[in-house]
Design a protein around this ligand. Structure first.
Ligand code: G3P
Ligand code: CA
Length: 239
């Protein structure tokens, strides 16, 4: 079972910062996951929430601020003063960390609240520039966006994110154009989880921070997990 660092090493570093990504890049794990939003001036930034309130010393929505404005705030001190120099990274800055590593890269498009018109095309263009199209999976809770990514770039791996126990989600994934399914942890243990695995599609599960749960998921044949503590989980599963 593969291990992905969720928002970088977000259990031990401030989530979605270069510090969290450099820590993930130094680990012998399989991949990394992070979240992308779009600024007022159309730049792609890596951060989880729609607003910067929780993870910075500023306030406001990303869609209402330019990249320059967003870069005036501190995105590390909320976690620990040790990280007070952290800035909000652009998508390119995060790809710079991973372009020379072996890690698979999961880019989550956070367009389920605000639509971020044209975001799919911008992400695809950056991936082309970096020649990383074959090392990424693009996921989203906004399945319309996943459908559009598949239309624009059929060769790029896509995944639907979902929270519920669903009936035949692998058939739904086919309809959307999703290659993989990224499921909320408890739902992966229902009948649905077994059916997805039997269909041959990749089943990746979020967010698994307890070693014992990781072991259970490994036993049922889940392909990968996202965890805030990749080093701890890796050491446990490889002991
Ligand atoms: O991509 C898996 C997981 O990150 C989805 O949920 O809220 O942590 O972005 P969230
Ligand atoms: Ca995410």
């Amino acid at each position: 079972m593969k291990i992905y660092a969720h928002r970088g090493c977000s259990g031990t570093y401030p989530e979605n910062t270069i510090a969290a990504f450099k820590a993930a890049a130094s680990l012998p794990i399989d991949g990394v996951e992070f979240d992308v939003h779009m600024t007022k001036d159309g730049e792609l930034v890596v951060i989880h929430d729609e607003s910067i309130d929780r993870t910075s010393n500023g306030r406001g929505f990303i869609k209402d601020m330019t990249l320059k404005e967003l870069q005036t705030f501190d995105y590390g001190a909320w976690f620990s003063t040790e990280f007070k120099e952290e800035k909000v990274p652009t998508l390119s800055e995060v790809l710079d960390v991973f372009k020379g590593t072996h890690h698979h890269i999961n880019i989550e498009l956070k367009s389920d609240v605000f639509p971020y018109e044209g975001m799919e095309q911008k992400v695809i263009e950056i991936l082309k520039q970096y020649r990383l199209e074959d090392r990424v999976v693009i996921s989203s809770f906004n399945h319309e966006m996943i459908q559009q990514v598949k239309k624009l770039a059929p060769h790029i791996e896509t995944a639907i994110l979902f929270m519920e126990v669903m009936v035949d989600p692998q058939e739904y994934a086919e309809k959307v154009g999703a290659d993989a399914l990224h499921a909320f942890f408890p739902t992966a243990l229902r009948k649905m989880g077994k059916e997805i695995i039997a269909s041959g599609k990749q089943l990746r599960v979020f967010t698994v921070n307890e070693e014992a749960y990781a072991e259970v998921l490994q036993a049922v044949g889940v392909h990968a997990i996202f965890t805030d503590y990749p080093e701890k989980v890796y050491n446990y599963l490889n002991k």
